[in-house]
Design a protein around this ligand. Structure first.
Ligand SMILES: NC(=O)c1ccc[n+]([C@@H]2O[C@H](COP(=O)([O-])OP(=O)(O)OC[C@H]3O[C@@H](n4cnc5c(N)ncnc54)[C@H](O)[C@@H]3O)[C@@H](O)[C@H]2O)c1
Length: 395
C-alpha cells in the first residue's frame, strides 16, 4: 500500500509532534483539532521545534519552510480525513471520546485508509469496534516527545490484519523510528505495562513504610546510575500519564492492586511539577527543577527491585507470545533511554536470583509477583544467564 497523505487527529502534546515527524518524513499531513486557536498553538510548537533542529544541524535551514508547507491545519474532522491513506488519532485518553472519534473517522476516511490510535493503554480492539474496518485499525504508540523518541510500539488489535501491521511497520521506519510489535492487545502494551507494574510495587513499599521516596530515588541515582529517581521521573512526565495506565491495569488485570500512594495524588490533582506538587513540591508551578535529595539515603533501598519485577512481566510477555526478547530489550533501551535491556541485565544478575527475589515479593505483596513459569523453567534447565552461558541470550 502506498501511503502519501496522513491525517493526525488531535494536535496536543503528542499530535503536534507526530504531525512534525510525518511532515519531516515527506508526507502531506492534515492536522486536526477542535478549534483554530489550538491549531495555531500546535503550529507554533512545530515551528519552534524545527528551528531548534535546524540550529543543531539536524535538518537544513532551507528544509524548515518546506516541512511547514506540508502541514495543513484543519478543524472539520471530515475534511481532515477526506482522501488520506493513513490516520493517526491522538485525542485525550478517554475511551468514549476515542470511540466517537473513530466512528466519525471511519465515516469520512477512504475505505482503504488505515486508522491508528496513539492510545497509551486503552484497548485497540475496543476502539476498532466503533468502525466497520476492524482489520485496518491498529495501535501506533509513540513516546513523548515524539520528535525525539525513536521508539514506536505497533499494537495488534484482535482483528488487525497482517497487511495493516506491515504497512504500519513500514510507515514507522519511514518516520525514522524503530518499531516493536506488541502482538496482543493487553493493558499497558509492552513499555507501560512492565514499568508500571514495577513502579506500583515500589509505591507499595513506600506506602507500607518500608522505604521513603527519598531513599528509593537516592538509590536509583547513586547505585543504579539513573539520571533521576522513579518518583522524580513520574513528577517530570506527569503522574496522570502513569496513573491512566495504572488504573486501567487495576481494572483489567487479575491480582493487580493499584497503590493508593499514586491514586491519592491523582485524586488531589497533584500531578507533578506541572501542578507545582507531586511526590515532591516545586517552587513554581510549571517550572521543572530537579528535586534535591540526600544521596546518602541510597543505602537502604535495592534499585534492582524494579529489575526483578520488570523481568517477570517481560517473561510473561515472551511466554504468551506478545513480544520477542529482542523487542522487549529494544523497548526498554529506546523507550527509557537506558544503555542496557532488562533481559540482558537479568542474565547478568542470574535468573535464579531473580526468581528467589520474586518469591519473596509474592509472599509479601501477593500473587501478581509470582515468578513466571518461564523463569522457573529456565532455572530448572540451568539457563541462569551469563554464568551458565545461556539465559534469555546465549553467551
Ligand atoms: N503525553 C504523553 O506522554 C503520551 C505518550 C504516549 C501516548 N499518549 C497518548 O496520546 C494521546 C494524546 O495525548 P496528549 O498527551 O497529546 O494529550 P493532549 O491533551 O496534550 O492533546 C490532546 C488534543 O486533542 C484535542 N482534542 C480533543 N478532542 C478532540 C477531537 N474530538 N478531535 C480532535 N482533537 C481533539 C485537544 O484539544 C488536545 O489538543 C492519548 O491517548 C495519550 O494517552 C500520550
Amino acid at each position: 500500500m502506498k501511503i502519501k497523505k496522513i491525517a493526525v487527529i488531535g494536535a496536543g502534546a503528542m499530535g503536534h509532534g507526530i504531525t512534525q515527524v510525518a511532515a519531516m518524513a515527506g508526507f502531506e499531513v492534515r492536522m486536526r483539532d477542535i478549534n483554530e486557536e489550538v491549531l495555531a498553538k500546535a503550529m507554533e510548537r512545530i515551528k519552534w521545534s524545527l528551528g531548534k533542529l535546524a540550529e543543531k544541524g539536524r535538518i537544513r535551514e532551507d528544509e524548515v519552510g518546506k516541512i511547514e508547507e506540508r502541514i495543513y491545519p484543519v478543524v472539520p474532522l471530515r475534511k481532515a480525513v477526506q482522501g488520506v491513506d493513513y490516520v493517526i488519532e491522538a485525542v485525550p485518553e478517554i475511551l468514549k471520546l476515542k470511540l466517537e472519534t473513530f466512528d466519525e473517522i471511519d465515516e469520512g476516511a477512504p475505505e482503504h485508509a488505515i486508522l491508528a490510535t496513539n492510545t497509551s493503554a486503552l484497548p485497540v480492539s475496543e476502539i476498532a469496534q466503533s468502525t466497520r474496518r476492524m482489520d485496518k485499525v491498529i495501535g501506533m504508540h509513540f513516546f513523548n516527545p515524539a520528535q525525539l523518541m525513536r521508539l514506536v510500539e505497533v499494537v495488534m488489535g484482535e482483528k488487525t490484519s497482517h497487511e495493516t501491521c506491515q504497512a504500519t511497520i513500514e510507515l514507522t521506519k519511514k518516520f525514522g523510528k524503530e518499531p516493536v510489535i506488541c502482538r496482543k492487545d493487553i493493558p499497558g502494551f509492552i513499555a507501560n505495562r512492565i514499568t508500571i507494574a514495577a513502579t506500583n510495587l515500589v509505591c507499595w513499599m513506600v506506602y507500607n513504610g518500608e522505604h521513603t521516596i527519598e531513599e528509593v530515588d537516592a538509590a536509583m541515582i547513586q547505585k543504579a546510575g539513573m539520571p533521576m529517581g522513579v518518583f522524580a521521573l513520574m513528577d517530570y512526565t506527569g503522574i496522570d500519564i502513569a496513573g491512566h495506565v495504572l488504573k486501567f491495569m487495576a481494572e483489567r488485570e487479575a491480582h493487580f492492586e493499584a497503590c493508593p500512594l499514586m491514586l491519592e495524588k491523582l485524586e488531589q490533582g497533584d500531578l507533578g511539577y506541572k501542578t507545582g506538587k507531586g511526590f515532591y513540591t516545586y517552587p513554581e508551578k510549571g517550572q521543572w527543577v530537579m528535586p534535591q535529595i540526600d544521596l546518602q539515603k541510597a543505602e537502604k533501598f535495592d534499585p534492582m527491585t524494579q529489575t526483578y519485577v520488570v523481568t517477570n512481566m517481560a517473561a510473561e510477555l515472551i511466554r504468551n507470545e506478545v513480544a520477542t526478547i529482542e523487542d522487549i530489550d529494544k523497548t526498554m533501551k529506546l523507550g527509557f533511554n537506558i544503555p542496557m535491556g532488562v533481559l540482558e541485565l537479568a542474565d547478568i544478575i542470574g535468573i535464579d536470583t531473580v526468581v528467589s527475589k520474586l518469591r519473596e515479593f509474592e509472599k509479601k505483596y501477593g500473587p501478581y509477583y509470582k515468578p513466571s513459569s518461564l523463569l522457573e523453567k529456565m532455572v530448572e534447565k540451568k539457563e541462569l544467564g551469563t554464568k551458565s552461558q545461556k539465559g534469555f541470550y546465549k553467551y
